[in-house]
Design a protein around this ligand. Structure first.
Ligand SMILES: Nc1ncnc2c1ncn2[C@@H]1O[C@H](COP(=O)(O)OP(=O)(O)OP(=O)(O)O)[C@@H](O)[C@H]1O
Ligand SMILES: [Mg+2]
Length: 438
């Protein structure tokens, strides 16, 4: 088509290009602008969706009503959305104006070319047949050019977005196996040793753990106590290697934890986290998740549920162990917080692991359930290396060693009797709690 048009007049091809290119440039420019705007506004966008979540999700429903927060949150949501819409509209308006200008000028140029072809016909330089041919050639060439340039512009837009996707895929886990990981000592002979551990969270400003050294002998039961934010849960996260310490090291029978195979290490640890999960699955599946390496074994699941005190209430559910838990799905049965916690405990008990970690395992349990659990605790943890975190000091007094944490440091350590004789923080706290009950 270009050849044909060139044979007519080179200026026509030139006009053709001139008419198409500015439109594409405008499109690319605004694609870029919109993309950069969107990326820059990610935080504001996320915040507005967060407000929406607070307004619509069931876990906030009580407080939203009781504190009458609905109007406040919907106001914040609206403020953010309106701001975003205004900014988007601003860019869209400018794009429309720019497009109008380029399209108008390209239309003028195209009609100019048509007029030129008509003029040449009227002046007798080409025939009427030529006019039809050149006119068609011009139109076809314009169509091809547009399709091609639009395709290229689309490619550019996709590249921008797919760039984000690849950036995401490039994010590598920080905690990984070394090239030749070592097996985890099984059974542990000496135990776990923390050597001068210091740690701050990747985005944190201050150290959360400072110069922590402690030894957990194989089979020893230790307890961590300390006020809120003193670093107990963080210490547990390091023990499970969810993070690596910034300084110092953790060893298992003298093997650095970082050299151990990660999956194997985690398989050796059984945890009830402070913020345990509530799987919207059946009671049986909820417990089985603690050890998916084996098919669900009826007897083992029931034993684990008995140990955690969950068995009795599970049996009273409409379909017993096959009852769907939670309200996410229609036929689900919601449990109380303490009942969920018992399920989480059962999950941990099902796991055949050498190391047992309980982070505030009875925070939601009633007094009897707590008493029963700790009456069984030593039995349960027998032969295992166990770490217990609790604010209720009556539950930690039987531990072999109790560590008192304060602002990320160990400030006292020893068994209950030793700490009581020391008359330090632990003794004071214990006395205070004991007095409340007298
Ligand atoms: N994911 C995180 N990112 C950044 N900082 C965190 C994170 N989790 C906890 N922190 C910080 O680490 C400090 C210790 O938190 P940690 O959860 O270990 O305390 P804790 O002793 O378990 O407290 P609690 O008794 O309330 O459970 C806190 O002051 C908190 O600011
Ligand atoms: Mg904690």
């Amino acid at each position: 088509m270009s050849g044909l048009l060139l044979s007519f007049h080179w200026g026509v091809v030139f006009v053709l290009l001139l008419a198409a290119v500015p439109g594409i440039i405008v499109r690319l420019k605004f694609t870029d602008k919109m993309y950069r705007w969107q990326r820059g506004r990610t935080s504001a966008d996320r915040r507005s969706w967060y407000f929406k979540q607070v307004l619509t999700e069931d876990r906030y429903a009580k407080e939203i009503r009781l504190f009458d927060l609905g109007t406040l949150f919907s106001g914040w949501f609206r403020r953010d959305r309106e701001q975003l819409i205004r900014e988007r509209l601003h860019i869209a308006t400018r794009r429309s104006v720019a497009e109008l200008i380029t399209e108008a000028s390209s239309t003028v140029a195209v009609f100019g070319s048509f007029a030129f072809i008509a003029y040449r016909t009227l002046s007798g330089s080409i025939t009427l047949g030529d006019l039809v041919m050149y006119y068609m050639a011009f139109q076809r060439a314009q169509g091809f050019l547009w399709t091609m340039l639009r395709g290229l512009a689309g490619l550019y837009e996709d590249t921008l977005l797919i760039g984000d996707f690849y950036e995401f895929l490039e994010v590598k886990p920080k905690i990984t196996d070394l090239p030749h990981p070592k097996p985890v000592p099984d059974p542990l002979r000496q135990g776990i040793k923390l050597e001068q551990i210091s740690f701050r969270y990747p985005d944190g400003t201050r150290p959360v753990l400072r110069d922590i050294s402690l030894t957990i002998r194989s089979g020893e039961h230790i307890a961590l106590v300390g006020e809120n934010g003193s670093g107990k849960t963080t210490l547990v996260k390091l023990l499970c290697r969810l993070y690596d310490p910034d300084q110092g090291r953790i060893t298992l029978d003298n093997t650095d934890m970082r050299e151990c195979r990660l999956t194997e290490l985690r398989r050796q640890i059984s945890v009830v986290p402070q913020d345990f999960a509530r799987y919207q699955l059946t009671a049986r599946q909820n417990i089985w998740l603690g050890n998916i390496d084996r098919p669900p074994d009826e007897q083992k699941i029931i034993t684990a549920a008995r140990l955690s005190g969950a068995d009795a209430f599970i049996r009273s559910l409409p379909q017993g162990y096959d009852t769907l838990l939670g309200r996410q799905f229609e036929e689900g049965e919601e449990l109380s917080l303490g009942q969920w916690q018992k399920i989480a405990l059962a999950r941990a008990f099902l796991r055949d692991a050498q190391i047992l970690i309980l982070d505030e395992p009875t925070s939601a349990l009633d007094a009897k359930a707590e008493f029963d659990l700790f009456a069984r605790y030593r039995e349960l943890a027998r032969g295992r290396t166990a770490v217990l975190i609790s604010h209720r000091l009556s539950t930690v007094r039987t531990a072999d060693t109790i560590y008192v944490l304060e602002k990320g440091r160990i400030v006292e350590q020893g068994d209950h009797d030793k700490l009581m004789r020391l008359k330090g923080i632990y003794a004071q706290l214990f006395e205070k709690q004991a007095r409340q009950y007298r």
